[in-house]
Design a protein around this ligand. Structure first.
Ligand code: NAD
Length: 281
């Protein structure tokens, strides 16, 4: 991970957060508690009410701005943290490229939908931070990629109820209430998986970008009545050997659909940008 020019003796890096939901709130509260050496300037959200709810929770930061647009936020901040929706990602990249600002992206599915802008941002030397999010193992995957990967597999297991309302299952007449044993709902590549299981898009997208790309990343999605936690198993094979890691996630206290680890992972990614100590790849 690169460290930007905001070292000792310089002014604090300024950040702005797009999205005042579960992840945005955890990051803002960590900054408010003094856990991260950055200056939080403000927020953008489609729902201004969510901004007010979050601002009321902050005890130490009193000077905050509500930015009416992503453009206004990007103009003012050194680093833009997107934790809103994949629909926000295109504009975040466009504005960051225009104004040479750094970005952290949580809605990683939006990166897969805007690969042209992602590549342009990299070419223009925009720093792009993609936290590991809801899984462990991304550090090992990145290290392994340096000398070559053979196979990357993601197996996501959730209780059947977690798939309620999924259009692909409805279209294929799969009734989740009838699932009484472990059942594979999808077996294919990440590019197809993110289309038919949009709720699993971020983990598959992060692994694809870090590893062998969306066409070659193998994804299995499983409904299992015996699992109580959203579970991601990642198996990586390459020149280094093989690893297999399993993450069993508890939900975020503020949003049952988002794993708590995602918010913690973004907080530590932000800390790593400004802190002098860097552990892990
Ligand atoms: N990388 C990962 O592993 C991972 C894991 C979980 C969630 N996520 C993604 O992170 C994002 C945030 O998750 P969350 O749990 O905090 O969501 P949330 O629903 O709790 O909050 C999202 C907030 O963003 C606002 N918002 C939505 N679309 C917006 C837009 N286009 N512009 C501005 N504001 C907008 C909403 O009003 C809401 O306040 C989601 O896209 C989610 O899919 C990523």
């Amino acid at each position: 991970m690169s460290v930007l020019g905001f070292g000792r003796g310089r002014r604090k890096k300024t950040i702005g957060i797009i999205g005042c939901g579960a992840i945005g709130s955890e990051i803002a509260m960590a900054v408010d508690n003094g856990d991260i050496g950055v200056e939080l300037l403000g927020f953008n959200d489609l729902n201004r009410g969510n901004y007010h709810l979050l601002a009321a929770k902050l005890k130490n930061i009193h000077k905050l701005e509500f930015f009416e647009s992503i453009e206004e936020l990007v103009k003012k901040c050194d680093l833009v943290i997107e934790c809103a929706s994949k629909d926000a990602v295109k504009e975040v990249f466009e504005q960051a490229i225009l104004r040479k600002k750094d970005v952290m992206i949580l809605s990683v599915g939006g990166v897969l939908e805007n690969m042209g802008l992602f590549e342009e941002a990299k070419k223009k030397r925009i720093n792009i931070y993609i936290p590991s999010g809801a899984v462990i193992g991304v550090d090992g995957l990145e290290a392994a990629k340096f000398k070559g990967l053979q196979k990357v597999t993601l197996i996501t297991k959730k209780p059947p109820a977690a798939f309620r309302g999924n259009e692909y299952l409805i279209k294929n007449n799969i009734n989740i209430d009838e699932i009484k044993v472990e059942t594979i709902l999808f077996d294919g590549n990440a590019a197809e998986a993110v289309k038919v299981f949009p709720a699993n898009v971020n983990v598959a997208a992060t692994l694809s970008i870090a590893g062998v790309g969306p066409q070659k990343t193998h994804v299995k999605i499983v409904a299992d009545p015996l699992v109580t936690r959203n579970t991601h198993e990642i198996i990586v094979e390459g020149e280094f050997g093989r690893f297999k890691v399993i993450t069993e996630n508890l939900p975020s206290p503020n949003n049952p659909k988002t794993s708590y680890l995602t918010a913690l992972s973004s907080i530590v990614t932000l800390k790593n940008i400004v802190d002098p100590l860097h552990i892990g790849t």
